[in-house]
Design a binder for this molecule. Structure first.
Ligand code: ADP
Ligand code: MG
Length: 571
């Protein structure tokens, strides 16, 4: 007879598990959200596979999720009749292959004071179940397979996998996860507790979530209470709304509904910074429900830089890899549900589909105009969005020339005149004879503010943008303009301020200086002699007022500060 194979956990998974097992994190509710979300994904995936192979669904077409608390046994079971996992998938998915998020999570944990907060923020997936359980059994049968397998672990040494044996008969398809709850997690055996969590985080899940209280076991240790009629044992009862929120009309949805949808779609705990819900009609019709999260995500700078909007076709989940938004809007999360795309379009074909391209263009435009509207109606809220995601949006300046004007219009800058400055403000407040938008780039704002290259601009009351995002190095090299004004770096080439009149105080000082002026030409000659080949030239400059000298790059060579920023980005 086959016996259990024992497998070690992959190193990062083991580290993560150690954390879960010893977690002092109080918001343990996340475990249920994670298990339900996996169950829902499994149903989505089966529905997608069944488009090509309808027989997979045939004898059990109603996809659903079942939650069964068993007080007598001290177990909570979460089961689905979705796609299931075969033996190898159990081994790979639940222990051997660490998701990219796991690595990022562990890395961030080392820096964070509050490790617990991160659990919620990262959504550590299946492993979160070890916060509440000291032993977990996962039985699974891949749709269409003859065999079922069981995975078992206490979250410490490793896990074992073996054929499910007699228990297999109880699971014709899908996955059943049995959590042996820790003593202090027994509250999750209470039906109202389960309902509370489902309502808070998983209400919008499209598949029915059924709560099943085993007959004769509803009482357990609180027999009297149960007899009083809190919860009738027997028939499973649906505890979520199970409607695709994005298909409902705006007028029937309350702010709480959106918050809830945001939390379950984006795996978040806070409020969305921006919500965009609409239905496109016309050449194509589709429903859109998008959110701009209020905090950043761990994979924002993943090399893949992919947008993760979920594409549904007539309520069937297809993929989150259809590039429905450009990479510079990859922080936007949510769902697009098309009425027109063919269901049997393969994921690969979606990449070059003209209908998808048209949707992407239209959705991009909608997102930008929504951001514009937030910016004009609620400056503070927009400022938070910009602080969190502005650096990503600016990537659009070089990736999508058509959107440049719009993006420059949205951009907020820290400048020598303050924070959250717009280019429109900058241009409206240009000094007399000023024809360019000046900027200085560097890694660190405080060091930039102390940079002697700002002195001459300050003397003339000229505003200078202080750029500190690595991406600034890229778009500024494009020589863009805003309302006819070019961008000009103070650390590159000639900067001629002479036509701009000095500000009051500076004028008085300059007059005083003129009295004590030395002969420029002889100073330059002396310096050239002293530095020899180490510099290509020495020039008198209007850049400085207080400092004696500074180094600049040649007019056509690369910008020193930008070179440094780029080096940082490529590290
Ligand atoms: P994620 O859902 O982000 O991929 P999880 O840790 O939650 O990460 O789950 C890991 C993987 O295990 C999933 O990607 C999926 O392949 C598999 N899995 C987990 N739960 C189920 C389930 N109920 N049915 C089928 N596969 C599952
Ligand atoms: Mg998951």
């Amino acid at each position: 007879a086959p016996h259990a194979e024992v497998h070690p956990f992959q190193a990062e998974v083991a580290e993560l598990l150690h954390l879960m097992v010893h977690s002092v994190y109080s918001e343990t509710d996340v475990f249920l959200r994670e298990l339900i979300s996996n169950a829902s994904d499994a149903c989505d995936r089966l529905r997608y596979e069944a488009i090509a192979r309808p027989e997979l669904l045939a004898d059990d077409p109603d996809l659903k999720i079942r939650i069964t608390p068993d007080k007598a046994a001290g177990t909570l079971t979460v089961a689905d009749n979705g796609v299931g996992m075969d033996r190898q998938e159990l081994i790979d998915n639940l222990g051997t292959i660490a998701r990219s998020g796991t690595r990022a999570f562990i890395a961030r944990l080392a820096e964070a004071k509050d490790g617990g907060g991160l659990i919620g923020q990262f959504g550590v997936g299946f492993y979160a179940a070890f916060m509440v359980a000291d032993r977990i059994e996962v039985t699974s049968r891949r749709a269409g397979a003859d065999e079922a397998f069981v995975w078992r672990s206490t979250g410490s040494a490793g896990f074992e996998v073996e054929p499910a044996g007699a228990h297999a008969a109880a699971l014709p398809r899908g996955t059943e996860i049995v959590l042996h709850l820790k003593e202090d997690a027994r509250k999750y055996l209470e039906p109202w507790e389960i309902e509370r969590v489902v309502h808070a985080y998983s209400d919008h899940i499209q598949f029915p979530i059924m709560l099943a209280v085993p007959a004769g076991k509803a009482d357990g240790d609180e027999a009297d209470e149960a007899k009083a009629g809190d919860e009738k044992a027997g028939e499973p009862r649906q505890i979520n709304t199970a409607s695709a929120v994005w298909q409902r009309s705006k007028s029937e949805l309350k702010p709480e509904d959106y918050t809830q949808a945001y939390r379950s779609i984006c795996g978040a705990f806070d409020e969305p910074a921006v919500t965009l819900h609409y239905r496109a009609e016309g050449r194509q019709s589709y429903a859109v429900l998008l959110f701009v999260p209020s905090s950043s995500m761990f994979d924002l700078y993943d090399p893949a830089r992919k947008s993760h909007l979920k594409l549904y076709v007539r309520r069937v989940y297809i993929t989150d890899d259809a590039s429905l938004l450009p990479s510079w809007l990859r922080f936007v999360r949510g769902v697009v549900d098309s009425e027109d795309l063919p269901l049997n379009l393969s994921r690969e074909m979606l990449q070059n589909n003209p209908q998808v391209a048209a949707m992407r263009k239209a959705i991009t435009g909608k997102v930008l105009s929504e951001l514009e509207s937030v910016a004009s109606k609620d400056a503070d809220r927009f400022a938070t969005v910009w602080e969190t995601f502005g650096a990503v949006i600016k990537e659009g300046l070089y990736e999508e020339p058509d959107r440049r004007e719009q993006i420059l219009g949205l951009a907020r800058f820290t400048s020598t005149r303050g924070e959250r400055r717009t280019l429109a403000q900058y241009v409206a407040e240009l000094r007399e004879n000023q024809t360019e938008i000046y900027y200085l780039a560097g890694e660190d704002l405080d060091r930039l503010k102390a940079n002697p290259k700002l002195e001459a601009a300050k003397a003339r009351g000229i505003e200078v943008l202080l750029l500190t995002d690595p991406v600034d190095a890229l778009w500024t090299s494009l020589r863009l303009d805003f309302q006819g004004k070019g961008f000009k770096s103070l650390s590159q080439g000639e900067v001629d301020f002479s036509l701009v009149p000095l500000a009051e105080e500076a004028r008085a000082e300059a007059e005083k200086a003129a009295e004590t002026a030395v002969d420029e030409a002889s100073v330059i000659a002396a310096v050239k002699l002293a530095l020899g080949d180490r510099v290509s030239d020495v020039k008198a400059s209007q850049r400085l007022t207080d400092s004696a000298a500074c180094l600049v790059a040649g007019g056509f060579g690369p910008d020193r500060e930008l070179e440094r920023l780029l080096a940082k980005q490529n590290r």
